[in-house]
Design a protein around this ligand. Structure first.
Ligand SMILES: NC(=O)c1ccc[n+]([C@@H]2O[C@H](COP(=O)([O-])OP(=O)(O)OC[C@H]3O[C@@H](n4cnc5c(N)ncnc54)[C@H](O)[C@@H]3O)[C@@H](O)[C@H]2O)c1
Ligand SMILES: N[C@H](C(=O)O)[C@H](O)COP(=O)(O)O
Length: 329
């Protein structure tokens, strides 16, 4: 059976439409369906000097693969005309609607996965909608209490305890309960989605030098160590809390399956330094498969043709892999 995957191009003034147009130039072994206002893709294709044949998606028909240069689309009306590189809050609601529809149609089984292009969190908030990221939005849409953001590149996986919150809130968000839930999801998904029987997870401390025995912060002693001890006693292989500044070296990473960072900019700069443009963002713990790019809207490059498509390509390939595995179980 042919798998169907939803694609949301994200912020229309950014490079999301360009990515979709470029990747539709090749053939895929699944039915890709862009959840989009088709006029955005038509206009951007013209600006890029590319051609794309857009086919209306009918969910009642059997899933079929589109030939190279063609792409199925599910129409969502945009707010206003799009100028490449220029954010317009009048399209904030449109962007969210593409995500809402993709989420709902993953929940009802129409699609086997969703691959998201980059959105601009700021402009959605400026449109009056509180939004911190796809990860949190899809969790809310699917009524999932706890999900985990994990980015992966060749040789490194980094998952996060906290995601899109101000640094000032991080310490109080790292609780025994949150750590336990995140680690359970990470451990479970490494086993079931990535086939690792006994995942080895390196866990970062929060403070410099993992708190230096309590002299540079006490979260390690009071919260992180007790949570890791309890989970290790249940049979997990968690190592830490380790100083985050020295754990990203092959001595530790070669024997590990993932690193768990306490906050966004503790783990992701390392991951992106190693593999920016060749990494994928995977949401663990959701009831459906969701992957995404490792980069943002790159407003400066919209409609220039100067973009790298590696991360989006990888995000689609990873979604196909994960959705195929899920379909077989
Ligand atoms: N998956 C997502 O939705 C996602 C991910 C990261 C950032 N963002 C959002 O994107 C917006 C802009 O963020 P930013 O400026 O920090 O990061 P960015 O990734 O948009 O840009 C950082 C730099 O990388 C370059 N770049 C990014 N993607 C590229 C590509 N595919 N090919 C070539 N060059 C590329 C840009 O030109 C820029 O110089 C923010 O609103 C942020 O929240 C969204
Ligand atoms: N934290 C992600 C990154 O730095 O690549 C990015 O902001 C996207 O997050 P969502 O998938 O939750 O939108």
């Amino acid at each position: 059976m042919t798998i169907r995957i939803a694609i949301t191009p994200g912020e229309p003034a950014g490079i999301g439409p360009d990515l979709v147009i470029k990747l539709a130039q090749k053939s895929w072994p699944v039915q890709l369906v862009a959840v989009v206002d088709k006029t955005i893709l038509e206009k951007r294709a013209k600006e890029l000097g590319e051609t794309i044949n857009l086919i209306p998606f009918d969910e009642k028909e059997d899933a079929i693969v589109a030939p190279a240069g063609s792409l199925f689309y599910l129409q969502i009306e945009k707010g206003e005309e799009v100028t490449p590189g220029k954010l317009n809050e009048a399209n904030g609601q449109y962007v969210l609607e593409t995500l809402r529809v993709a989420s709902q149609k993953n929940m009802d089984g129409t699609f086997a996965a969703v691959v998201t292009g980059p959105v601009h969190k700021g402009i959605i908030n400026q449109a009056g909608i509180s939004f911190s990221g796809h990860t949190e939005f899809f969790a809310q849409q699917s009524n999932t209490q706890d999900v985990v953001m994990m980015l992966a590149t060749e040789g490194l996986r980094v998952a996060l305890v906290t995601t899109h919150i101000p640094l000032a809130y991080v310490s109080r968000a790292i609780t025994h309960d949150r750590l336990t839930k995140v680690i359970n999801i990470l451990n479970h998904d490494l086993q079931t989605k990535f086939g690792i029987a006994q995942p080895k997870i390196l866990v970062c401390g929060l403070n410099p030098h993992a708190g230096e025995g309590g002299h540079l912060g006490r979260e390690e002693i009071e919260t992180i160590e007790p949570a890791l001890d309890a989970l290790n006693n249940q049979g997990m292989s968690l190592i830490g809390p380790l100083p985050a500044d020295t754990l990203f070296q092959s001595k530790y990473l070669d024997n590990a399956d993932a690193v768990l960072a306490m906050y966004h900019d503790q783990g992701l700069p390392v991951l992106k330094y190693k593999g920016f443009g060749n990494s994928v963002n995977i949401t663990l713990g959701l009831p459906f498969v969701r992957t995404s790019v490792d980069h943002g809207t790159a407003l400066d490059l919209a409609a220039t043709g100067q973009i790298e498509v590696g991360s989006f390509d990888l995000a689609i390939r990873e979604a196909i892999k994960l959705a195929s595995k899920k379909a077989m179980n």
